[in-house]
Design a protein around this ligand. Structure first.
Ligand SMILES: *[C@@H]1O[C@H](CO)[C@@H](O)[C@H](O)[C@H]1NC(C)=O
Ligand SMILES: *[C@@H]1O[C@H](CO)[C@@H](O)[C@H](O)[C@H]1NC(C)=O
Length: 392
Protein backbone atom coordinates (compact mmCIF):
# COMPACT_ATOMS: atom_id res chain seq x y z
CA UNK A 1 0.00 0.00 0.00
CA UNK A 2 2.71 2.49 1.02
CA UNK A 3 4.77 1.52 -1.99
CA UNK A 4 1.81 2.20 -4.25
CA UNK A 5 1.46 5.62 -2.60
CA UNK A 6 5.10 6.38 -3.20
CA UNK A 7 4.80 5.35 -6.83
CA UNK A 8 1.79 7.62 -7.21
CA UNK A 9 3.61 10.52 -5.55
CA UNK A 10 6.57 10.03 -7.82
CA UNK A 11 4.30 9.92 -10.86
CA UNK A 12 2.70 13.20 -9.76
CA UNK A 13 6.13 14.76 -9.40
CA UNK A 14 7.09 13.62 -12.89
CA UNK A 15 3.92 15.04 -14.25
CA UNK A 16 4.58 18.42 -12.66
CA UNK A 17 8.16 18.42 -13.95
CA UNK A 18 6.87 17.63 -17.42
CA UNK A 19 4.39 20.52 -17.26
CA UNK A 20 7.15 22.86 -16.13
CA UNK A 21 9.33 21.72 -19.01
CA UNK A 22 6.51 22.19 -21.52
CA UNK A 23 5.76 25.71 -20.35
CA UNK A 24 9.46 26.58 -20.46
CA UNK A 25 9.65 25.37 -24.05
CA UNK A 26 6.54 27.38 -24.91
CA UNK A 27 7.89 30.50 -23.25
CA UNK A 28 11.23 30.30 -25.03
CA UNK A 29 9.47 29.93 -28.35
CA UNK A 30 7.08 32.81 -27.65
CA UNK A 31 9.79 35.30 -26.65
CA UNK A 32 10.22 36.07 -30.34
CA UNK A 33 12.91 37.15 -32.74
CA UNK A 34 11.64 40.46 -33.98
CA UNK A 35 12.08 42.44 -30.76
CA UNK A 36 15.74 41.39 -30.65
CA UNK A 37 16.64 42.61 -34.16
CA UNK A 38 18.87 45.70 -33.92
CA UNK A 39 18.76 48.41 -36.59
CA UNK A 40 20.96 51.45 -37.18
CA UNK A 41 19.70 54.40 -35.14
CA UNK A 42 18.23 56.19 -38.17
CA UNK A 43 15.88 53.29 -38.75
CA UNK A 44 13.23 53.02 -36.08
CA UNK A 45 9.99 51.13 -36.47
CA UNK A 46 6.87 51.39 -34.38
CA UNK A 47 5.88 47.75 -34.72
CA UNK A 48 7.32 44.40 -35.53
CA UNK A 49 6.05 40.91 -36.02
CA UNK A 50 7.74 37.53 -36.34
CA UNK A 51 6.67 35.78 -39.49
CA UNK A 52 5.86 32.08 -39.32
CA UNK A 53 8.27 30.87 -42.02
CA UNK A 54 11.91 31.37 -43.03
CA UNK A 55 12.86 32.65 -39.53
CA UNK A 56 11.91 36.10 -40.75
CA UNK A 57 10.38 39.24 -39.32
CA UNK A 58 8.70 42.39 -40.56
CA UNK A 59 9.22 45.79 -38.89
CA UNK A 60 7.23 48.82 -39.86
CA UNK A 61 5.83 52.27 -39.19
CA UNK A 62 2.62 53.28 -40.87
CA UNK A 63 1.79 56.93 -41.36
CA UNK A 64 -1.96 56.93 -41.81
CA UNK A 65 -2.18 60.62 -42.78
CA UNK A 66 0.20 60.15 -45.71
CA UNK A 67 -0.68 56.45 -46.19
CA UNK A 68 2.99 55.54 -46.33
CA UNK A 69 4.53 52.39 -45.01
CA UNK A 70 8.18 52.37 -43.96
CA UNK A 71 9.37 48.86 -43.37
CA UNK A 72 12.28 46.51 -42.90
CA UNK A 73 12.06 42.85 -43.80
CA UNK A 74 14.68 40.64 -42.15
CA UNK A 75 15.42 37.06 -43.19
CA UNK A 76 18.40 34.74 -43.61
CA UNK A 77 18.90 33.78 -47.27
CA UNK A 78 19.43 30.01 -47.71
CA UNK A 79 22.79 30.73 -49.40
CA UNK A 80 25.05 33.77 -48.96
CA UNK A 81 24.59 34.57 -52.66
CA UNK A 82 20.81 34.20 -52.39
CA UNK A 83 17.98 36.67 -52.10
CA UNK A 84 15.15 37.69 -49.78
CA UNK A 85 11.85 39.18 -50.89
CA UNK A 86 8.85 40.90 -49.40
CA UNK A 87 5.70 41.81 -51.28
CA UNK A 88 2.21 43.15 -50.98
CA UNK A 89 -0.34 41.47 -53.17
CA UNK A 90 -3.21 43.90 -53.69
CA UNK A 91 -5.32 41.58 -55.82
CA UNK A 92 -4.85 37.95 -54.85
CA UNK A 93 -3.56 35.51 -52.32
CA UNK A 94 -0.07 34.24 -53.12
CA UNK A 95 2.67 34.94 -55.60
CA UNK A 96 0.75 35.96 -58.73
CA UNK A 97 -0.03 39.65 -58.59
CA UNK A 98 2.58 40.33 -55.90
CA UNK A 99 4.16 43.78 -55.94
CA UNK A 100 7.54 42.53 -54.91
CA UNK A 101 10.77 43.96 -53.53
CA UNK A 102 13.80 41.70 -53.72
CA UNK A 103 17.14 42.30 -51.99
CA UNK A 104 20.29 40.62 -53.30
CA UNK A 105 23.93 41.23 -54.20
CA UNK A 106 23.84 43.27 -57.39
CA UNK A 107 26.18 42.34 -60.26
CA UNK A 108 28.61 44.95 -58.86
CA UNK A 109 28.67 43.11 -55.52
CA UNK A 110 26.91 45.60 -53.26
CA UNK A 111 23.47 44.87 -51.83
CA UNK A 112 20.51 46.42 -53.60
CA UNK A 113 16.76 46.21 -53.93
CA UNK A 114 14.77 45.88 -57.14
CA UNK A 115 11.05 45.82 -57.77
CA UNK A 116 9.02 43.24 -59.65
CA UNK A 117 5.39 43.11 -60.71
CA UNK A 118 4.98 39.33 -60.72
CA UNK A 119 2.37 38.18 -63.18
CA UNK A 120 3.37 34.61 -64.06
CA UNK A 121 5.20 31.57 -62.75
CA UNK A 122 8.11 32.38 -65.04
CA UNK A 123 11.52 34.01 -64.77
CA UNK A 124 10.87 37.43 -63.28
CA UNK A 125 11.72 40.74 -64.85
CA UNK A 126 12.41 43.97 -63.03
CA UNK A 127 9.84 46.70 -63.47
CA UNK A 128 7.67 49.30 -61.77
CA UNK A 129 5.17 48.18 -59.13
CA UNK A 130 1.73 49.46 -58.21
CA UNK A 131 3.00 51.29 -55.12
CA UNK A 132 5.43 54.14 -55.39
CA UNK A 133 8.56 52.74 -53.76
CA UNK A 134 11.31 54.90 -52.31
CA UNK A 135 14.18 54.75 -49.81
CA UNK A 136 15.07 51.28 -51.05
CA UNK A 137 18.18 49.83 -49.43
CA UNK A 138 19.53 46.50 -48.29
CA UNK A 139 22.22 45.08 -46.03
CA UNK A 140 23.68 41.65 -45.57
CA UNK A 141 25.42 40.87 -42.30
CA UNK A 142 25.40 38.27 -39.56
CA UNK A 143 23.79 35.74 -41.91
CA UNK A 144 20.66 37.83 -42.47
CA UNK A 145 19.59 40.20 -45.18
CA UNK A 146 17.68 43.34 -44.32
CA UNK A 147 15.45 44.88 -46.94
CA UNK A 148 14.39 48.49 -46.32
CA UNK A 149 11.78 50.45 -48.19
CA UNK A 150 8.96 52.93 -48.12
CA UNK A 151 5.73 52.36 -50.01
CA UNK A 152 2.94 54.75 -50.81
CA UNK A 153 -0.26 52.77 -50.32
CA UNK A 154 -3.75 53.68 -51.50
CA UNK A 155 -5.53 55.59 -48.73
CA UNK A 156 -7.40 53.25 -46.39
CA UNK A 157 -5.34 50.16 -47.25
CA UNK A 158 -4.40 49.25 -43.69
CA UNK A 159 -4.68 45.49 -43.88
CA UNK A 160 -2.42 44.13 -46.60
CA UNK A 161 -1.85 40.69 -48.01
CA UNK A 162 1.85 40.09 -47.55
CA UNK A 163 4.00 37.48 -49.22
CA UNK A 164 7.62 36.81 -48.32
CA UNK A 165 10.20 34.50 -49.75
CA UNK A 166 13.85 33.50 -49.80
CA UNK A 167 15.92 31.94 -52.56
CA UNK A 168 19.40 30.48 -52.91
CA UNK A 169 20.79 32.01 -56.07
CA UNK A 170 20.95 34.98 -58.41
CA UNK A 171 22.16 34.69 -62.00
CA UNK A 172 23.10 37.76 -64.09
CA UNK A 173 21.20 40.05 -61.77
CA UNK A 174 18.06 37.91 -61.87
CA UNK A 175 16.89 36.18 -58.67
CA UNK A 176 16.38 32.50 -59.47
CA UNK A 177 13.42 30.29 -58.59
CA UNK A 178 12.93 29.52 -54.92
CA UNK A 179 12.36 26.04 -53.47
CA UNK A 180 8.90 24.56 -53.32
CA UNK A 181 9.01 23.28 -49.77
CA UNK A 182 6.04 23.85 -47.44
CA UNK A 183 7.84 26.84 -45.91
CA UNK A 184 8.10 28.43 -49.34
CA UNK A 185 4.47 27.79 -50.22
CA UNK A 186 2.99 28.96 -46.94
CA UNK A 187 4.89 32.18 -46.43
CA UNK A 188 1.94 34.47 -47.02
CA UNK A 189 -0.86 35.96 -44.99
CA UNK A 190 -2.33 39.24 -43.92
CA UNK A 191 -0.69 42.04 -41.99
CA UNK A 192 -2.74 44.60 -40.12
CA UNK A 193 -0.65 47.76 -40.25
CA UNK A 194 -2.62 49.45 -37.48
CA UNK A 195 -3.27 46.61 -35.06
CA UNK A 196 0.01 44.86 -35.79
CA UNK A 197 -1.68 41.50 -36.13
CA UNK A 198 -0.65 38.93 -38.67
CA UNK A 199 -2.58 35.96 -39.90
CA UNK A 200 -1.02 32.96 -41.48
CA UNK A 201 -1.56 31.65 -44.93
CA UNK A 202 -4.10 29.53 -46.55
CA UNK A 203 -7.45 29.98 -44.81
CA UNK A 204 -9.56 26.87 -44.69
CA UNK A 205 -6.93 24.40 -45.94
CA UNK A 206 -4.66 25.48 -43.14
CA UNK A 207 -7.42 24.84 -40.63
CA UNK A 208 -8.01 21.37 -42.12
CA UNK A 209 -4.30 20.63 -42.08
CA UNK A 210 -4.14 21.60 -38.44
CA UNK A 211 -7.16 19.45 -37.64
CA UNK A 212 -5.51 16.57 -39.49
CA UNK A 213 -2.29 17.14 -37.56
CA UNK A 214 -3.91 17.35 -34.15
CA UNK A 215 -6.14 14.29 -34.67
CA UNK A 216 -3.23 12.16 -35.84
CA UNK A 217 -0.70 13.39 -33.31
CA UNK A 218 -3.15 12.69 -30.48
CA UNK A 219 -4.29 9.29 -31.76
CA UNK A 220 -1.38 7.53 -33.49
CA UNK A 221 1.23 9.63 -31.78
CA UNK A 222 0.05 9.65 -28.16
CA UNK A 223 -3.02 7.51 -27.37
CA UNK A 224 -1.81 4.28 -28.98
CA UNK A 225 1.57 4.45 -27.22
CA UNK A 226 -0.24 5.11 -23.91
CA UNK A 227 -2.47 2.09 -24.57
CA UNK A 228 0.59 -0.06 -25.17
CA UNK A 229 2.20 1.20 -21.96
CA UNK A 230 -0.97 0.30 -20.07
CA UNK A 231 -0.97 -3.23 -21.47
CA UNK A 232 2.69 -3.87 -20.87
CA UNK A 233 3.08 -2.52 -17.37
CA UNK A 234 -0.29 -2.75 -15.63
CA UNK A 235 -0.36 -6.45 -16.45
CA UNK A 236 2.42 -7.04 -13.93
CA UNK A 237 0.20 -6.04 -11.04
CA UNK A 238 -2.10 -8.95 -10.30
CA UNK A 239 -4.65 -6.64 -8.69
CA UNK A 240 -5.06 -4.83 -12.05
CA UNK A 241 -5.85 -8.01 -13.88
CA UNK A 242 -8.96 -7.64 -15.94
CA UNK A 243 -8.86 -3.84 -15.58
CA UNK A 244 -5.68 -3.38 -17.65
CA UNK A 245 -7.22 -5.32 -20.49
CA UNK A 246 -10.32 -3.14 -20.69
CA UNK A 247 -8.26 0.04 -20.30
CA UNK A 248 -5.94 -1.12 -23.07
CA UNK A 249 -8.79 -2.06 -25.42
CA UNK A 250 -10.66 1.19 -24.71
CA UNK A 251 -7.58 3.33 -25.22
CA UNK A 252 -6.66 1.60 -28.48
CA UNK A 253 -10.18 1.61 -29.89
CA UNK A 254 -10.72 5.28 -29.10
CA UNK A 255 -7.23 6.05 -30.44
CA UNK A 256 -7.97 4.06 -33.57
CA UNK A 257 -11.32 5.86 -34.03
CA UNK A 258 -9.73 9.30 -33.73
CA UNK A 259 -6.88 8.10 -35.94
CA UNK A 260 -9.27 7.02 -38.68
CA UNK A 261 -10.77 10.52 -38.57
CA UNK A 262 -7.27 11.99 -38.94
CA UNK A 263 -6.49 9.55 -41.72
CA UNK A 264 -9.64 10.51 -43.63
CA UNK A 265 -8.78 14.23 -43.41
CA UNK A 266 -5.33 13.26 -44.71
CA UNK A 267 -6.82 11.53 -47.75
CA UNK A 268 -8.98 14.58 -48.38
CA UNK A 269 -5.98 16.93 -48.15
CA UNK A 270 -4.02 14.60 -50.44
CA UNK A 271 -6.77 14.76 -53.07
CA UNK A 272 -6.81 18.58 -52.83
CA UNK A 273 -3.05 18.91 -53.14
CA UNK A 274 -2.66 18.50 -56.88
CA UNK A 275 0.79 19.95 -57.30
CA UNK A 276 2.67 18.43 -54.40
CA UNK A 277 2.71 14.80 -53.29
CA UNK A 278 4.08 13.78 -49.94
CA UNK A 279 4.65 10.19 -50.99
CA UNK A 280 6.36 8.84 -47.89
CA UNK A 281 3.95 10.47 -45.47
CA UNK A 282 1.03 9.17 -47.49
CA UNK A 283 2.39 5.61 -47.78
CA UNK A 284 3.14 5.40 -44.07
CA UNK A 285 -0.35 6.76 -43.35
CA UNK A 286 -2.01 4.10 -45.48
CA UNK A 287 0.17 1.34 -43.95
CA UNK A 288 -0.78 2.59 -40.50
CA UNK A 289 -4.46 2.51 -41.32
CA UNK A 290 -4.20 -1.08 -42.63
CA UNK A 291 -2.17 -2.35 -39.67
CA UNK A 292 -4.41 -0.54 -37.18
CA UNK A 293 -7.53 -2.01 -38.75
CA UNK A 294 -5.97 -5.47 -38.77
CA UNK A 295 -5.16 -5.06 -35.08
CA UNK A 296 -8.74 -4.15 -34.20
CA UNK A 297 -10.20 -7.08 -36.14
CA UNK A 298 -7.62 -9.50 -34.77
CA UNK A 299 -9.09 -8.78 -31.34
CA UNK A 300 -12.17 -10.75 -32.36
CA UNK A 301 -10.05 -13.69 -33.50
CA UNK A 302 -8.07 -13.86 -30.28
CA UNK A 303 -7.76 -17.52 -29.20
CA UNK A 304 -8.51 -18.23 -25.54
CA UNK A 305 -5.66 -18.08 -23.03
CA UNK A 306 -4.75 -21.78 -23.12
CA UNK A 307 -5.32 -22.35 -26.83
CA UNK A 308 -2.24 -23.62 -28.66
CA UNK A 309 -2.33 -20.74 -31.17
CA UNK A 310 -2.54 -18.07 -28.47
CA UNK A 311 1.26 -17.85 -28.30
CA UNK A 312 1.46 -17.19 -32.05
CA UNK A 313 -1.37 -14.69 -31.83
CA UNK A 314 0.50 -12.85 -29.06
CA UNK A 315 3.67 -12.62 -31.16
CA UNK A 316 1.67 -11.30 -34.08
CA UNK A 317 -0.12 -8.82 -31.80
CA UNK A 318 3.15 -7.46 -30.36
CA UNK A 319 4.84 -7.20 -33.74
CA UNK A 320 1.99 -5.34 -35.42
CA UNK A 321 1.34 -3.23 -32.31
CA UNK A 322 4.92 -2.02 -31.93
CA UNK A 323 5.21 -1.45 -35.68
CA UNK A 324 2.12 0.77 -35.55
CA UNK A 325 3.55 2.77 -32.65
CA UNK A 326 6.94 3.33 -34.28
CA UNK A 327 5.44 4.19 -37.68
CA UNK A 328 2.85 6.41 -36.00
CA UNK A 329 5.49 8.50 -34.25
CA UNK A 330 7.65 8.66 -37.38
CA UNK A 331 4.69 9.84 -39.42
CA UNK A 332 3.74 12.52 -36.90
CA UNK A 333 7.25 13.93 -37.30
CA UNK A 334 6.95 13.75 -41.10
CA UNK A 335 3.62 15.55 -40.85
CA UNK A 336 5.03 18.26 -38.58
CA UNK A 337 7.78 18.84 -41.15
CA UNK A 338 5.26 19.05 -43.99
CA UNK A 339 3.06 21.48 -42.08
CA UNK A 340 6.15 23.58 -41.43
CA UNK A 341 4.77 24.29 -37.97
CA UNK A 342 6.46 26.56 -35.51
CA UNK A 343 9.43 24.99 -33.78
CA UNK A 344 7.55 25.01 -30.47
CA UNK A 345 4.96 22.49 -31.72
CA UNK A 346 7.65 20.07 -32.83
CA UNK A 347 9.39 20.57 -29.50
CA UNK A 348 6.07 20.00 -27.73
CA UNK A 349 5.64 16.67 -29.50
CA UNK A 350 9.27 15.70 -28.88
CA UNK A 351 8.64 16.44 -25.22
CA UNK A 352 5.46 14.36 -25.17
CA UNK A 353 7.25 11.40 -26.77
CA UNK A 354 10.19 11.84 -24.40
CA UNK A 355 7.84 11.86 -21.40
CA UNK A 356 6.08 8.70 -22.62
CA UNK A 357 9.47 7.09 -23.25
CA UNK A 358 10.64 8.13 -19.79
CA UNK A 359 7.50 6.73 -18.17
CA UNK A 360 7.92 3.47 -20.12
CA UNK A 361 11.56 3.20 -19.06
CA UNK A 362 10.70 3.91 -15.45
CA UNK A 363 7.89 1.33 -15.49
CA UNK A 364 10.15 -1.18 -17.24
CA UNK A 365 12.58 -0.94 -14.34
CA UNK A 366 9.76 -1.16 -11.77
CA UNK A 367 8.34 -4.19 -13.59
CA UNK A 368 11.66 -6.01 -13.61
CA UNK A 369 12.08 -5.20 -9.95
CA UNK A 370 8.60 -6.54 -9.12
CA UNK A 371 9.05 -9.67 -11.23
CA UNK A 372 12.47 -10.49 -9.79
CA UNK A 373 11.26 -9.87 -6.27
CA UNK A 374 8.24 -12.07 -6.86
CA UNK A 375 10.52 -14.84 -8.11
CA UNK A 376 12.81 -14.47 -5.12
CA UNK A 377 9.82 -14.53 -2.74
CA UNK A 378 8.45 -17.62 -4.45
CA UNK A 379 11.81 -19.35 -4.16
CA UNK A 380 12.29 -18.57 -0.47
CA UNK A 381 8.75 -19.56 0.44
CA UNK A 382 9.02 -22.80 -1.53
CA UNK A 383 12.34 -23.45 0.22
CA UNK A 384 10.51 -23.04 3.49
CA UNK A 385 7.88 -25.56 2.48
CA UNK A 386 10.23 -28.11 1.06
CA UNK A 387 12.79 -28.12 3.80
CA UNK A 388 11.05 -27.08 6.96
CA UNK A 389 13.72 -28.60 9.16
CA UNK A 390 16.78 -27.94 7.10
CA UNK A 391 17.99 -25.07 9.30
CA UNK A 392 17.40 -26.92 12.53
C1 LIG B 1 1.43 44.69 -63.15
O1 LIG B 1 0.97 43.68 -64.03
C2 LIG B 1 -0.45 43.70 -64.22
C3 LIG B 1 -0.81 42.50 -65.09
O2 LIG B 1 -0.06 42.45 -66.25
C4 LIG B 1 -0.86 45.02 -64.85
O3 LIG B 1 -2.27 45.06 -65.00
C5 LIG B 1 -0.42 46.16 -63.96
O4 LIG B 1 -0.70 47.40 -64.55
C6 LIG B 1 1.08 46.06 -63.70
N1 LIG B 1 1.48 47.11 -62.76
C7 LIG B 1 2.44 47.98 -63.05
C8 LIG B 1 2.74 48.99 -62.02
O5 LIG B 1 3.07 47.93 -64.09
C1 LIG C 1 6.76 58.70 -56.21
O1 LIG C 1 7.29 59.40 -55.08
C2 LIG C 1 8.26 60.39 -55.43
C3 LIG C 1 8.81 60.96 -54.14
O2 LIG C 1 7.86 60.97 -53.13
C4 LIG C 1 7.59 61.46 -56.30
O3 LIG C 1 8.53 62.41 -56.68
C5 LIG C 1 7.02 60.79 -57.54
O4 LIG C 1 6.31 61.72 -58.31
C6 LIG C 1 6.07 59.66 -57.16
N1 LIG C 1 5.68 58.94 -58.35
C7 LIG C 1 4.44 58.55 -58.58
C8 LIG C 1 4.20 57.80 -59.86
O5 LIG C 1 3.51 58.80 -57.81
Amino acid sequence: MTRKCRVLQRAALWFRLALLLLSAVGYAAAAGRCSSVAFPSNRLYAACSDLPHHSSSIHWSYDSAAATLSFAFVAPPPQPKGWVAWAINPTADGMLGSQTLIAFHQPGGSMGVRTYNITAYAPITEGPIDFNASNLAAEHSGGVMRLYGKLKLPAGMTVVKQVWQVGSSVADGVPQKHDFQPDNLQSKGTLDLIKGAISSSGGSTTVKKNVHGVLNAVSWGIMLPIGAIIARYLKTFKSADPAWFYLHVTCQIVGYGVGVGGWATGLYLGSKSKGIQYTTHRSIGITLFCLGTLQVFALFLRPSKDHKYRFIWNIYHYLVGYTVIVLGIVNVFKGLAILGVDHKWTMGYVTAVAILGGIALFLEVVTWFVVLKRKADARSSSNGVQHPLSDA
